[in-house]
Design a protein around this ligand. Sequence first.
Ligand code: NAP
Length: 328
Amino acid sequence: MYAITIPEPGGPEALVWDDVPDPVPAEGEVLVDVVASAVNRADLLQRQGFYNPPPGASPYPGLECAGRVVALGPGTEGSGWSVGDEVCALLSGGGYAEKVAVPVGQLLPVPDGVDLVTAAGLPEVTCTVWSNVFMIAHLRPGETLLAHGGASGIGTMAIQLAKSVGARVAVTAGGPEKLARCAELGADILIDYREQDFVDELKKATDGAGADVILDIVGAKYLDRNVKALAVNGRLAVIGMQGGVKGELNLGALLVKRAAITATSLRGRPLGEKASIVAAVREHVWPLIGAGQVRPIVDRTFPMSDAAQAHRALEAGDHIGKILLTRA
Ligand SMILES: NC(=O)c1ccc[n+]([C@@H]2O[C@H](COP(=O)([O-])OP(=O)(O)OC[C@H]3O[C@@H](n4cnc5c(N)ncnc54)[C@H](OP(=O)(O)O)[C@@H]3O)[C@@H](O)[C@H]2O)c1
């Protein structure tokens, strides 16, 4: 098969479409013929040599895909999946390829009303947002979520899922165009982080209360202000470190608010945890997508063989939602 390989870490030109051996499904895995994949920010780090795949994962980039099951590996008879099924999947790597081996616990059916290519952009954002905002931070109806980077792949899903449970949603994004798209998706409080202080704006909009849950992709640079922006009993879920890894934490401020901070990475979680997250997403999120209440937001699509251009587009940062890669 062909796959995007990274012979030497570097810029987008480090991505090379090359002939490689086909993957062989191990115990509990099926082989998927990939129709499309999607670009995630973590792929840029992997390309630069800063985010190696976990042990046993494919060496090729790609944390999600959609396609058709073409072979069942050992121990997958009776798993409910058959050759020919159209699926999308959460991966630990290997999505930028013509074929990928996938643990059955990470397969999802293509939701009703979504085409196979578009489905490739759903697993990472749905699993990341559901696991952090709902399974870990327990966002409840009537509470306020602050999602940093509201126009990102993650942000566009966070807005919609939080609104679907009756939460109020605040977002930060860079510029009016991105904020307008966030508003279309249901965001109630729009903060241009380039022009405004998000703590002040959030406090003004919530009568001083702050956010019950913050989904943070910035990390160190926002740590102090995130704690300030939290409500009493607030939960800060850190999933990205675009603003650095080491920050200073005022424990006193956290303590008086009886607040909590968590930090997780989906890719490194054990198979059983990923399977539980995927099952929860199938139970809670797939019906919302099938009913049209939550939509996949796709910015652009590139041929997989030209993944370098797709990485340049993500790095340029003017996208809203997901950037997809297709085989065609
Ligand atoms: N831990 C996990 O399991 C996990 C899983 C998936 C994704 N993630 C993380 O989630 C983040 C989003 O991922 P993605 O694939 O959706 O990436 P993406 O679409 O490229 O989004 C990146 C976003 O970051 C925003 N941003 C940058 N600096 C900001 C700031 N100071 N304040 C607010 N927003 C800022 C950008 O918005 P502007 O253009 O408006 O600046 C952009 O929309 C990434 O950091 C990624 O690593 C983590």
